[in-house]
Design a protein around this ligand. Structure first.
Ligand code: 4AD
Ligand code: MG
Length: 454
């Protein structure tokens, strides 16, 4: 018999004569002559209650239908007299699929997130994590819809690379060498040292300089030793790249993108969002509504520094022109000063990578970061240096060898065009849209310093 997802059973508009559902037992209650069995199959937040009479085939296994066990129930979907549920299933047959050992760790509600991380293989069965990962899936779909509707071409940039896009030296080496790998890598698999990518941007630029508008959406890796709630060693990034586009157009697209994803979450993930609003972040719904409706603020880096210096706040890290904005500064700007997402642009050249376009002042580059309340940076991007001379000069300024970037330099030799793009950290955005405070809880299996379980 065809199985009906519990999501569809719960959304039925009329009684259904003969359906079969399957799932994991959340609870069982026994009464005289029958049992209530609450099944959840993860297709939605809700569970379906089955009423199983003692005479029904399979009832003999009811004793094994304890929390965590899996079972299949066939029967009639009928209006439920119980409060809080529209439908219930009157079982005609019960089939135990898999017993559960009494040691099942998800017995009771109210486990801490820290504990649930230690059972990463089982936590998707909890209400919260089911909701998080359904939302993650829908938003991944929304990412593709957003770009495909705008005629962006999806490019699969390589995961193994030999160039450090961000120049921060936070790369994981990929090697087949045993023992000493500290040579120049000639003996290694690729004949030179290779790494897991930190960004698909440089490769995406080559495709933008052929197909105009492109995007990437894939895993990226950073060996940053920062054990914070916002950093993962493996995370997913979405990187659009647009030819014939400047910083202004880049900031416009970034804002439109964040708004579209917030709108999608509100409209398409309403049930799961309501759960986050109740248990994770009470202000979530209003905040997302605000994000969708209001324009983001825009300030230059220099203005941002002035605002921070005039704030009278004591920060842990110094605020000075020429220094990076730290997360506490980013959060002050969004949460206390602007009460809104903020796009900060035109950063000092010395704190940004080699590929960003130098402004006419000779001191700043066309960088932009989108900062949001509660998180800080969700997007980093820029207009790219399209002028050959300026790019070569910038490579040497950053002590990089042009021959290592020969193909990237070539793009400036053959029909160069102004172009711009950005990278959005998918997990950071998910944190923002769900209210979940730790990046480890929006990744199915988090990789962080000292931890790669599962
Ligand atoms: O600002 P980043 O380093 O920018 C780039 O990589 C550019 N190449 C993007 C581009 O212009 N195409 O990283 C982009 C975003 C950050 O804003 C942040 O949201 C996320 O990636 N990110 C991380 N997310 C989780 N864990 C980490 N360790 C992250 N590092 C960056
Ligand atoms: Mg950045």
């Amino acid at each position: 018999m065809k199985r009906t997802l519990i999501k569809h059973a719960l959304a039925a508009v009329e009684p259904l004569e003969a359906i079969t559902v399957a799932g994991w037992v959340r609870t069982r209650r026994d009464a005289k002559g029958f049992s209530f069995l609450e099944l959840n199959d993860g297709s939605c937040l809700g569970s379906l209650q089955a009423i199983v009479d003692a005479g029904v085939p399979g009832y003999a296994d009811m004793a094994h239908c304890i929390t965590g066990a899996s079972a299949e129930v066939s029967g009639r979907l009928v209006p439920s007299p119980a409060a809080g549920q529209k439908w219930e299933l009157q079982a005609a047959r019960l089939r135990l699929l898999g017993k559960s050992d009494p040691s099942y760790p998800l017995q009771k509600k109210g486990h801490t997130l820290e504990f649930l991380r230690t059972i990463g293989h089982l936590r998707p069965r909890s209400n919260l994590f089911g909701a998080i990962f359904r939302t993650r899936s829908r938003l991944a779909y929304a990412v593709h819809t957003f770009f495909q509707e705008r005629d962006f071409v999806y490019v699969h940039t390589p995961i193994i690379t030999t160039s450090d896009c961000e120049g921060a030296g936070e790369m994981f080496r990929v090697t087949t060498l045993k023992g000493n790998i500290d040579d120049q890598g000639q003996a290694d698999f690729f004949g030179r040292p290779a790494y897991l990518t930190v960004s698909g941007q440089l490769e995406a630029e080559t495709f933008a300089c052929a197909l105009s508008n492109v995007y990437t959406f894939g895993p990226t890796f950073r060996a940053e030793n920062s054990n914070t709630a916002r950093h993962a060693a493996e995370f997913w990034m979405i990187e659009p790249e647009m030819a014939f586009c400047d910083l202004e157009g880049d900031m416009d697209l970034a804002e439109e993108f964040v708004k579209a994803l917030a709108r999608h979450a509100l409209e398409e993930c309403a049930e799961d969002l309501a759960l986050f609003g109740k248990f994770v972040d009470k202000g979530l719904h209003d905040r997302l509504q605000f994000v969708v409706e209001r324009p983001f603020q825009r300030v230059s880096y220099a203005e941002a520094v002035d605002i921070l210096r005039a704030s009278g706040k004591t920060f842990e890290y110094p605020v000075e022109y020429g220094l990076n904005l730290q997360s506490e500064h980013e959060r002050y700007l969004t949460e206390q000063h602007f009460h809104s997402p903020v796009t900060v642009f035109n950063y000092p050249r010395e704190i940004k990578p080699f590929y960003m376009r130098l402004n006419d002042d000779g001191k700043t580059v066309t960088a932009m970061d989108v900062l949001v309340p509660g998180i800080g940076e969700v997007i980093g991007g820029s207009q790219r240096e399209e002028r050959l001379d300026a790019l070569l000069e910038n490579l040497s300024y950053h002590k990089l060898r042009p021959e290592d970037y020969w193909w990237y330099v070539d793009l400036r030799k053959y029909g160069t065009v102004p172009h711009a793009g950005f990278g959005l950290g998918f997990e950071r955005l998910l944190m923002f849209l769900t209210g979940v405070g730790n990046i480890r809880d929006v990744v199915p299996f988090a990789r962080t310093p000292g931890s790669a379980e599962f």
